[in-house]
Design a protein around this ligand. Sequence first.
Ligand code: E4P
Length: 220
Amino acid sequence: MKFFLDTANIKDIKSWVDTGLIDGVTTNPTLISKEKGDPKKTIKEICKLVKNGDVSVEVTEKDPKKVYAQAKKITKIAKNVVVKIPCHPDYFSVIKKLVKEGVRLNITLVFSLAQGLAMCKLGVEYISPFIGRLDDIGSDGMQLVADLRQMIDEYGFVKTEIIAASIRGVQHLQESILLGADIATVPAAILHKAMLHPLTDNGMKKFLDDWKKVGRKTFP
Ligand code: E4P
C-alpha cells in the first residue's frame, strides 16, 4: 500500500520525503491556497522533491473545453504530474479524450459506487473517494472504499487504483489499510500521529533508564 501526502506544504513534504515513506503527493486548490508564492513554482518544487512519485494537480477551470486545455497544460509542468478532475458528467467526455491521449488522471470528489464504476470504465489511473466528507453528511465514507474495492476486484478494472482521500484521523487510515485501498492520501499531521504509540514511548524510556544502570559511558 502506498502513502501519499495530502498537502502543498513544501516543509512537510521535504521532511516526509526524507523518511522514504512517501510515494506521492495530492494537492487541490484549497491546499494550494494555504501556501504562499506562485502555485506553479510550488508544484514544480513538489514534483522535484517526490521525483519517483505522482503529484496530483487539480484543474481550476469550470468550462469543459477550458478544463481540457488546462489539463494538457498541467501535464507539461513535470513528468510525474497527474491531473485531478472532478467526477462530474460535464467532464466525462473530456476525461475519455484525455485518457485516450495518455494523460494520467486522478478523478476527485468521488462519492458513490456508480461514479467510481463510470471512471473505471473510462480507464482513469486513480479514483479518490472522499471519506471524511461523506462522514460529515452522516454517510459512511469507509463503506464506499470497501464497495469500490469489491467492484474493482469483481469486474477486473486493473488499471484504476483507489486513493482513500479526505482522511480526517488515524482511524480512517487504519481502515483504509484493512479495506485494501491502493493508496491513502494523508495530511502530514495525521500520518505523524499514526506512527506514534504510547507503548513505544514508554518502552523507549524504560530501555534508556535501564541502560543507565549498566553504568557504561561508551558502547559498543
Ligand atoms: C484529496 O485528494 C483531497 O485533496 C483531500 O483528501 C480532501 O480532504 P478534505 O475533505 O479534508 O478537504
